[in-house]
Design a protein around this ligand. Structure first.
Ligand code: SF4
Ligand code: FE
Length: 484
């Protein structure tokens, strides 16, 4: 099958019997639900851009498994050039959606599971790599969106999986059957889960022997028996339920999505299992997936940052102060911060290397430095955007007031900036800034920059492990003439 269009992707979701809950209610038609649909549109963009000649080089690649052209979101990176193109693709899609477009978690999981299963098989004589190659061919041939699911609810953070009072707080194997396994538990804040065709599950932390029932990786369809999803709510999400709220939404068409995914005794057939109790490989899988996703943030967040910087500059224009030197300087600072993140994304890609399985992985130290910077810089970029936008961004009346026969004209009169710009355009740009800094897309920009792909401390642990402090001490001693 060839590459899907965005419209075909959206139609394909309708065929699934995905069990979805939104605001406490079961939703049969989640595709057209006003709170869910913007996140589907964001994923659809990953399909539509792949259809356009000008973006084909970034959005598609030749599969090493099938020899066919596939969407890059389904691709195993074959070179450092592929890793660089991945980051550029993510910046592009960030620019087109101004939010999280979700499909990267699958791509990052494919690359991590591919290389890790190769090494598990080498150590244990298992057939996980073969299982995974067969699975990924199916994904590539059908141009699917897959949720790469890692994060467990985790309960008491001071206790390992097997020591939790409630054993389900980490996803685990509850039964072995002749033809597969049964799993129970949940994955929390899963990006793009509801609008994925498939879920690719990975363990959430490194594990010891006592936790081996928790060391499990597998793939299942999103509408598998026993699976259900509860949509996470976002700031201002119910604005999407209001009539004619267009202007108040800031970003009407696109949004991100996170959900709690619950596995209530879900059966997984043998040929879809990629790790089953080989606990010593859980850490490798986590480290690799996290590394790829920390690289990803040097692309997606930069693309969204481009939109936010543009919005702040437009707000300055509409306020009549495009030439104020302090505003120009703030915009320069925002660009500097944003491009620094991009430098990190490109650097960890350019320094990538071949894995034993043959696909390429990023430089882990640089990828972790990338994400550590992402936990800070978007906050500063948001602060500067809010500084430039002015307080009106959060005190402005609603679209209903602006459309009211009684007070609409008053709003339009008193919220006007420069005379040549309609008040509505000024509202639109301020609402877009609100959306990215505080509203629905803040999940995919500001707060996700902190916790997505692992909270800051997770990167600091990796930086301390990869930073090679001993070698640095040696350098210093040599220069200082200290003999040992
Ligand atoms: Fe992709 Fe970024 Fe969203 Fe992760 S946070 S899924 S890298 S857009
Ligand atoms: Fe993320």
């Amino acid at each position: 099958m060839s590459l899907m269009t965005g419209a075909e992707y959206i139609e394909s979701l309708r065929k699934l019997k995905t069990k979805v809950y939104v605001l406490g209610e079961r939703v049969e038609n989640f595709v057209d639900h006003p709170i869910v649909r913007p996140s589907i549109n964001s994923v659809a963009m990953t399909y539509d851009l792949a259809q356009q000649d000008e973006y084909k080089d970034l959005m598609t690649a030749k599969s090493n498994l099938t020899g066919e052209i596939v969407n890059r979101f389904c691709h195993l990176h074959q070179s450092t050039d592929d890793l660089v193109k991945k980051v550029k693709m993510q910046r592009l899609v960030g620019q087109k959606t101004a939010t999280c477009f979700q499909r990267c978690v699958g791509m990052d999981a494919f690359n991590a599971v591919y290389s890790t299963t190769f090494e598990i098989d080498k150590a244990h004589g298992t057939h996980y790599h073969e299982n995974f190659v067969k699975y990924l061919k199916f994904v590539q041939e059908n141009d699917l969106t897959v949720d790469g699911a890692m994060t467990d609810p985790k309960g008491d953070r001071g206790l390992s999986p097997s020591k939790q009072e409630d054993p389900d707080l980490f996803l685990h194997i509850v039964e072995r059957r002749p033809d597969g396994i049964v799993v129970r538990g949940a994955k929390a804040h899963q990006t793009g889960s509801i609008n994925s065709h498939e879920h690719l599950i990975m363990p959430t932390i490194a594990m010891k022997e006592e936790d081996k029932a928790y060391a499990v990786s597998f793939a299942i369809p999103t509408d598998a028996e026993g699976l259900l999803m509860i949509l996470g709510r976002q700031s201002c999400d119910t604005r999407k339920l209001e009539e004619n709220a267009d202007v108040d939404l800031g970003n009407k068409n696109f949004g991100g999505q996170e959900a709690l995914v619950v596995f209530d005794d879900v059966f997984v057939p043998d040929d879809r299992i990629f790790l089953c109790k080989e606990y010593e490989f859980a850490g490798m899988l986590v480290e690799r997936f996290a590394g790829y996703h920390r690289q990803s943030y040097g692309g997606c967040k930069v693309g969204v940052g481009d939109v936010l910087i543009g919005a702040a500059a437009v707000a300055a224009d509409y306020n009549g102060v495009p030439k104020a030197s302090h505003l120009k300087d703030k915009l320069i600072e925002m660009i500097h911060l944003n491009e620094t993140l991009y430098c990190c994304g490109i650097a960890c890609s350019a320094e990538g290397k071949k894995t034993e399985a043959g696909n390429y992985e990023i430089d882990l130290l640089l990828a972790n430095v990338c994400k550590q910077n992402v936990t800070r810089f978007p906050y500063e970029i948001c602060r500067l955007a809010e500084d430039i936008a002015g307080g009106l961004m959060v005190t402005m009346p609603s679209a209903k007031d602006f459309n009211s026969p009684e007070v609409g004209d008053i709003c339009k009169k008193y919220f006007k900036g420069v005379a040549s710009v309609p008040t509505e355009d000024r509202m639109r740009i301020l609402r877009l800034i609100e959306n990215m800094c505080l509203g629905a897309s803040a999940v995919g920009y500001r707060t996700e920059s902190m916790h997505g792909a692992g909270s800051p401390q997770a990167q600091r642990i990796m930086i301390s492990r990869q930073g090679n402090l001993e070698a640095k001490k040696k350098l210093a001693k040599t220069i200082a003439g200290i003999k040992e």
